[in-house]
Design a protein around this ligand. Structure first.
Ligand SMILES: Nc1ncnc2c1ncn2[C@@H]1O[C@H](COP(=O)(O)OP(=O)(O)OP(=O)(O)O)[C@@H](O)[C@H]1O
Ligand SMILES: [Mg+2]
Length: 144
């Protein structure tokens, strides 16, 4: 419903956007991160997690599919579904319970989990723009 556009001239801007979004998402929800390989999806997640107080590393869950965090009493699951061959694999690895309304799910390549992953509260699309990136934020509700 509400669409926002943000210019991200460098990596620090992506991290800062993540931190500011984290405050708006701290109660939980489902976020789709879209954009080509290298668009900055994991960087944005790193900004979100740091904004919520995470101090350690943020690994890309390309091989593990999901990386769990617990920050401020909220369960946060960072998914990268790029290597998923079939959405049913999510059932097999036992992560359906992760998609609860009071957890925060951050999904790279969400379309590869179609039918299993919930619909998004927020879709973020990242695109390369010169040396930087452009972000489009598409909130499923009126976020103004
Ligand atoms: N706003 C920006 N401007 C320039 N470079 C950026 C920006 N944001 C992130 N980057 C850089 O883009 C590169 C790729 O970022 P990242 O790994 O987050 O992409 P990704 O979308 O998660 O890729 P994948 O689909 O492979 O998981 C990193 O080197 C990161 O520093
Ligand atoms: Mg990534």
């Amino acid at each position: 419903m509400t669409v926002e556009h943000v210019d991200l001239p460098d990596e620090a801007a992506t991290l800062a956007l993540g931190a500011s979004l984290a405050k708006r998402l701290a109660a939980g929800g489902c976020v789709y991160l879209q954009g080509d390989l290298g668009a900055g999806k994991t960087t944005l997640v790193r900004g979100m997690l740091r904004g919520l107080g995470h101090e350690g590393a943020v690994k890309s869950p390309t091989y593990t599919i999901v990386e769990p965090y617990e920050l401020g009493g909220v369960n946060i699951y960072h998914f990268d579904l790029y290597r998923l061959a079939d959405p049913e694999e999510l059932e097999m690895i036992g992560v359906r319970d992760y998609f609860s309304p009071d957890s925060l799910c951050l999904l790279e390549w969400p379309e590869r989990g179609a039918g299993v992953v919930p619909s998004p509260d927020l879709t973020i699309t990242l695109a390369v723009d010169g040396h930087g990136r452009k972000a489009t934020l598409d909130w499923a509700y009126d976020a103004s």
